[in-house]
Design a binder for this molecule. Structure first.
Ligand code: GLY
Ligand code: MN
Ligand code: MN
Length: 452
């Protein structure tokens, strides 16, 4: 069968069925273990429900339970449940309301349907009949804000079980890897369109629209709010304002934008210089450093070491480009590198952009703290084969942080004239999504760009 690009991203993708069947086997095995350790017989995974704005009857965009999405690629199916009993085919209670105000979920269709005993229901009153009779033997995994939606199940997200599931989700199945490659490809398509819009001199708002059109996402479908930052806006780590007017003097462009396929995210950042050669050279150095770090990704590596190693590499760049002076250890210890690079090197990625479980030492939930002074590092685990994580070093002029260095031993190590030069460009971040292998790695992002 010939499949169009859109089919690749849809439930019709013919290549995903076999991988998905294996994925479900793995997910079942994880739940067998979680249920055994929690002393329960049935797991009930709730998809979630849209939240209502305060004093309003307006529904905010629906964000599904990431565990539910890990079971099934159903990102727009609120008020639905998966019931898993070890040894039995999972039951999907598929809520298709009689509702003329909203579009209702269609008839279940696609590569995923064979794996479930699907019970389509049209009324909330029908849900209870499909849940296990003995609620005492059940656990719920999901956000239950209204007791009525617990249907008498009292064990909601028991720590023992959810820790096991969170920890396991750090390692991706072959199905998840296939879907994440598609999400990378979709995101790379958007990045190419956005870069062209930047070269054409468009405003942030219009670059964002070019991106969304290329990936065929409306805003709530994006895995996170796009960061489309021209000039000094690149220094605001989570800049999402989208100015409507293009600046008269165009200097730089930082775009951090992802896409999703079947509920799995990509998370990609690129930085461009409009015309300035010095800024372009700084980007090139950061890009080379980022690829050096990616090439250190492999199973057995402690991500905390990679993060600290990045600070030392960044210190060298700061010195070579006249932004700071001193040896790398001093620049690290005095806080100079942290002022220029104030976020973590990366995080796990999956059905969540910052996928759960990044701090877990084991499935019982022991936490590995970030290194002292690096509290924004969101991944502290030792890397394992088939984890997918981001590598996203950055370098910014954040005056709030740099000014804090005044009057400290760090002040004399900063070249303040260099800082003044860099400020109008905002900053640089380069972010790829990387799969861990034994003695190797797969760069989903660069592979995706190379295929387009
Ligand atoms: N886009 C959010 C992040 O890079 O973590
Ligand atoms: Mn990002
Ligand atoms: Mn990221």
């Amino acid at each position: 069968m010939i499949c169009t690009m859109d089919d690749n991203y849809s439930d019709k993708n013919p290549s995903l069925g076999a991988l998905y069947a294996e994925h479900i086997e793995t997910v079942c095995a994880r739940h067998d273990h979680a249920l055994e350790q929690a002393g329960a017989n049935h797991a009930v995974i709730y998809s979630g429900n849209p939240k209502i704005a305060f004093l309003d009857d307006y529904q905010m965009p629906f964000k599904p339970n990431p565990h539910f999405v890990c079971w099934a690629p159903l990102t727009s199916l609120p008020f639905s449940f998966i019931v898993y009993t070890p040894g039995e085919k999972p039951v999907l209670i598929y809520f298709q309301p009689h509702d003329y105000w909203h579009v209702v979920p269609g008839t279940p269709d696609g590569y995923w349907t064979n794996q479930f005993d699907i019970r389509v229901i049209h009324s909330m009153d029908d849900i209870g009949a499909h849940l296990p009779v003995n609620r005492k033997n059940c656990i719920i995994v999901g956000e239950i804000q209204d007791n009525a939606l617990g249907f008498g199940i009292e064990r909601i997200n028991p720590t023992t079980a959810v820790n096991i599931l969170h920890y396991a989700r750090g390692v991706k199945t072959q199905y998840e890897l296939a879907v994440m490659r598609l999400a990378s490809r979709r995101g790379a398509t958007g990045h190419i369109a956005a870069a062209a819009a930047f070269r054409d001199g468009l405003a942030e708002f219009d670059i964002h629209r070019a991106y969304c059109k290329a990936v065929s996402h409306v805003d709530p479908e994006l895995p996170y709010g796009n960061i489309v930052a021209l000039n000094e806006h690149g220094a605001v780590l989570h800049y999402t304002d989208l100015e409507r007017e293009a600046p008269t003097d165009l200097r730089s462009f930082l775009i951090d934008a992802g896409a999703q396929v079947h509920g799995y995210a990509s998370d990609i950042t690129r930085t461009y210089s409009f015309a300035d050669q010095r800024f372009q050279e700084l980007i090139d150095r950061m890009d080379a450093m980022q690829q050096d770090i990616v090439n250190q990704v492999q199973s057995g590596v402690d991500f905390r070491d990679l993060h600290i190693g990045t600070h030392k590499m960044l210190a060298e760049i700061l010195v070579e480009t006249d932004l700071a002076a001193g040896d790398p250890d001093t620049l690290l210890e005095t806080g100079v590198t942290s002022a220029f690079f104030p976020h973590g090197l990366g995080h796990l990625l999956g059905t969540q952009v910052h996928d759960v479980g990044g701090f877990m030492e084991n499935e019982s939930g022991t936490i590995i703290d970030p290194p002292s002074g690096h509290r924004y590092l969101r991944l502290t685990r030792v890397l394992e084969e088939n984890m997918v994580l981001t590598i996203e070093p950055g370098l910014y002029v954040v005056d709030l942080l740099l000014e804090n260095l005044r009057g400290t031993p760090a002040e004399g190590h900063v070249n303040w004239e260099g800082v003044d030069w860099l400020r109008p460009y905002g900053g640089i971040r380069i972010e790829d999504n990387v799969r861990v292998l034994v003695n190797d790695r797969e760069n989903l992002t660069r592979d995706a760009f190379a295929q387009l």
